[in-house]
Design a protein around this ligand. Structure first.
Ligand code: NAD
Length: 280
C-alpha cells in the first residue's frame, strides 16, 4: 500500500505558485488578488477562510476577506460581489459555503463574474467542465486529479465509483473522471446497494461526510481509495469517510485524513487564482 501524500504535493504547488507570482510581479507588475466572502459565524467556515488567507499570504497574493453577519441581506452580499467583479485588483472571488438559510446560494454564485469564479461553481464553468472545455474547475476534485497524476495513476479505462453527488464534490469529480476516459458510477444517499458498486471498482472516491462509511469489505483487493470526507469526531479527532486502519490493508493507494485531499484543495485555489491573474 502506498500513501498519497497530499500535504507534500500541496507544498510543492505552493512553491511553484510563489515563484510564478514573483515573475508576474516583476515582468507585468501584477499581484494576483483573491476576495473571500464569509457570512455568519460557522467555526469550520472561519477556520477554512483563515487557512485560505494564510496560504495567499505565503505565496504573495493580495487577499481580502469580507466578513458579514448572518443577518445580512441577499442584496448586500450581491452588492459586495458586484464590487469585487469590478475591482481590477481582484482575480478570484470565493463565497464560503454554506450560506445562511435565508440566502439563495445558487443566486449568489450566479452573480460572480465567471472569469473570477476560482471555485468553479458558476453554471457557466459547470457547463464548461461538463463539455470538457477549459474553464475553472472546483478545487477539491481538481486537487484529486492532480494527486492521481502526481502518483502516475491514469483513470483511463478504470471503473471508478464516486460516492457522494454534491455540486461541489461528487458531480464535478465524476465529470473530470469521465473527461479522463474512466467508466464512472456515481452513488449517493439513495443508492440501493452501495457495496455492490464500491466493491467492483478499481478506484473508490468518497466525499460524503459520514465517518467510516467505506469499510474493508466494500473495496476490492488492490483498489485505489481517495477520501475527500472531513469529519470532526467528538474527541476532537479529524477523520475521513473511510475506515482507514482496515481499508488501507487492502489498497494499492490511499489518501490519509488529514494530510490528503484537504491541503490539495487550497493549493488548487491558489493555482486557479494565478490562472485568472495571468489572463488579466
Ligand atoms: P453534501 O452534504 O453537500 O453532499 C453529501 C453527498 O453524500 C450527497 O450527495 C449525499 O447523497 C451523499 N451521502 C450522504 N450520506 C450517504 C451515505 N450514507 N451513502 C452514500 N452517499 C451518501 O456534502 P459535500 O459538501 O459534498 O461534502 C462531503 C464531504 O466532503 C464532507 O465531509 C466535507 O467536509 C468534505 N469536503 C472536503 C473537502 C476537502 O477539501 N477535502 C472539500 C469539500 C468538502
Amino acid at each position: 500500500m502506498q500513501l498519497i501524500d497530499g500535504k507534500a504535493l500541496a507544498n510543492r504547488i505552493h512553491e511553484k505558485v510563489g515563484k510564478e507570482v514573483d515573475e508576474l510581479k516583476q515582468v507585468r507588475n501584477i499581484v494576483p488578488g483573491l476576495a473571500v466572502i464569509l457570512v455568519g459565524d460557522d467555526p469550520a467556515s472561519h477556520a477554512y477562510v483563515k487557512m485560505k488567507a494564510k496560504a495567499c499570504e505565503k505565496v504573495g497574493f493580495y487577499s481580502i476577506t469580507h466578513s458579514m453577519p448572518d443577518t445580512i441581506s441577499q442584496d448586500e452580499i450581491i452588492a459586495t460581489i458586484e464590487m469585487m467583479n469590478n475591482n481590477p485588483r481582484i482575480d478570484g472571488i470565493l463565497v464560503q459555503l454554506p450560506l445562511p438559510r435565508h440566502i439563495d446560494a445558487n443566486r449568489i454564485l450566479e452573480v460572480i463574474d465567471p472569469r473570477k469564479d476560482v471555485d468553479g461553481f458558476h453554471p457557466f464553468n459547470v457547463g464548461k467542465l461538463t463539455a470538457g472545455l477549459d474553464g475553472f474547475v472546483p478545487c477539491t476534485p481538481l486537487g484529486v486529479m492532480h494527486m492521481l497524476e502526481a502518483y502516475g495513476i491514469d483513470p483511463k479505462g478504470m471503473d471508478v465509483c464516486v460516492v457522494g453527488a454534491s455540486n461541489i464534490v461528487g458531480k464535478p469529480m465524476a465529470s473530470l473522471l469521465l473527461n479522463a476516459n474512466a467508466t464512472v458510477t456515481i452513488t449517493h444517499i439513495f443508492t440501493k446497494d452501495l457495496k455492490a458498486h464500491t466493491s467492483k471498482a478499481d478506484m473508490v472516491i468518497v466525499g460524503v461526510g459520514v465517518p467510516g462509511l467505506i469499510k474493508e469489505d466494500m473495496v476490492k483487493e488492490g483498489a485505489i481509495v481517495i477520501d475527500i470526507g472531513i469529519n470532526r469526531l467528538e474527541s476532537g479527532a479529524l477523520v475521513g469517510d473511510v475506515d482507514f486502519a482496515n481499508v488501507s490493508k487492502k489498497c494499492s493507494y490511499i489518501t490519509p485524513v488529514p494530510g490528503g485531499v484537504g491541503p490539495m484543495t487550497i493549493a488548487m485555489l491558489l493555482d486557479n487564482t494565478l490562472k485568472s491573474a495571468k489572463k488579466r
